[in-house]
Design a protein. Structure first.
Length: 410
């Protein structure tokens, strides 16, 4: 049965997460289905940023002893419960690219450089493979690629040091079995670095419960930390004393203000820090992470799946009629997005939707992605977004010349 406006409004009346929407500063008239690329701004984030600006003005350098310096560890402890980690196992620092480099270097040193191969996955977000290639090029390792759709077991052998995998694929939204794959890789004597960019804040994650030892992720998507918000890095507490990480900056030193000439890694997760971070960037993220302490992740997951199903149900007949391929995985095998492909006109369709205030995103070739962020999307929002999608496609509106022009960022 096709969802109606009355039926989705009833779902909103019964939604246990409905009150969170008022805590985000959403533009009037915008239906935002791109939180899988950049999350919306929490109202508290603006206040936190203003407060930190005032602190900079009034306290000047004294601010480093008033919460600025220990922010990477403090925010890491706030984030830890959202990914199934303990306090002292997560640090907020740098970006995903640099954090993967740190972990690959750390893992290979911990292994005594006895395993010469780093394995990346084909079809993963490119930066994960790029940085693995970079480490291999400069450290003398061999980089191998696991082709999309191939069996991991066929590429694991005694030469593989580490495997870099995304828990949720950025294109299709497919969700991997973290526990099973972690056990599989570790049984071969290798380590897996999990990229949680499309799962942290989108669904319950249980790193400790899955036996995972290493992970990275970003905070500007589902966790709403803002453009350029720092990434995070996780190392299980039993694996934090394996040696140096390769980006041995002064904030990762055991005594940074002793200004010793030689590097000595700090104990625990702090050794994965590098250099000076921006207090202004950390402030809005901290406000968002404090909001996240109130979120029931089970309810979030249930609503996420329901929103995705609603969007697909509203468009099922249209997709077939217009030759649009739905590559979204089954309900329990996906993250928090829906993925359609129209190789000829995907970009133009997304641009036409954006012109109407329905913001999704586009990835080559032909991929239209729509992210479902339960804290600030209502069922009616999704129903209305599907209505606009139908109108754009059925009318041929997307064929207008203005929607064919490519922007630098797509």
């Amino acid at each position: 049965m096709t969802p109606t406006l009355d039926s989705v409004r009833e779902l909103d009346r019964r939604d246990p997460l409905a009150a969170f929407k008022a805590r985000f500063a959403l533009p009037e008239g915008v239906l935002y289905l791109d939180g899988n690329s950049l999350g919306a701004q929490p109202v508290a984030a603006r206040k936190a940023l203003d407060a930190t600006r005032d602190q900079w003005r009034d306290e000047l350098i004294k601010g480093w002893n008033q919460g600025w310096f220990d922010a990477p560890e403090r925010l890491g402890d706030l984030l830890a419960p959202l990914i199934g980690a303990r306090a002292g196992e997560v640090i907020v620092s740098d970006n995903i690219t640099l954090n993967i480099f740190k972990l690959l270097g750390y893992i290979t040193e911990s292994q005594g450089r006895s395993r010469p191969v780093i394995l990346s996955e084909g079809g993963n977000f490119p930066t994960d493979g790029y940085i693995a290639q970079g480490l291999c090029r400069f450290a003398g390792f061999e980089h191998r690629v696991l082709p999309a759709g191939a069996e991991l077991a066929d590429y694991l052998d005694e030469r593989v040091a580490a495997v870099v995998l995304s828990q949720v694929n950025y294109r299709t939204g497919r969700l991997r079995d973290m526990a099973a794959i972690t056990a599989q890789v570790q049984a071969q004597g290798a380590e897996v670095v999990w990229d949680l960019a499309h799962s942290a804040g989108a669904l319950p994650v249980d790193l400790n419960g899955c036996g995972a030892r290493y992970a990275v992720g970003c905070t500007y998507k589902y966790l709403n930390g803002g453009p350029g918000a720092p990434a995070f890095l996780y190392v299980h507490q039993d694996h934090q004393a394996g040696g140096w990480q390769p980006l041995s900056g002064w904030h990762g030193h055991a005594a940074p203000f002793a200004f010793d000439g030689d590097y000595a890694p700090a104990p625990g997760i702090t050794r994965f820090r590098t250099g000076t971070h921006s207090a202004l960037i950390y402030a809005p993220l901290e406000a968002s992470l404090r909001l996240w302490q109130e979120v029931d992740m089970t309810a979030l997951r249930e609503k996420s799946l329901a929103l995705g199903e609603l969007f697909r149900d509203c468009l099922a007949d249209l997709l077939d009629a217009e030759g649009i391929e739905d590559i979204t995985p089954p309900r329990d095998e996906r993250g928090s997005q829906v993925a359609f492909i129209h190789r000829d006109n995907g970009y133009a369709i997304v641009q036409a939707l954006i012109a109407r205030g329905v913001i999704g995103d586009y990835r080559e070739p032909g991929l239209m992605r729509f992210g479902f962020t339960p804290l600030y999307l209502s069922y009616e929002d999704v129903w209305q977004a599907a209505r606009h999608f139908r109108e754009v496609v059925e009318s041929g509106e997307y064929r207008e010349a203005r929607f064919q022009v490519r922007s630098e960022v797509t």
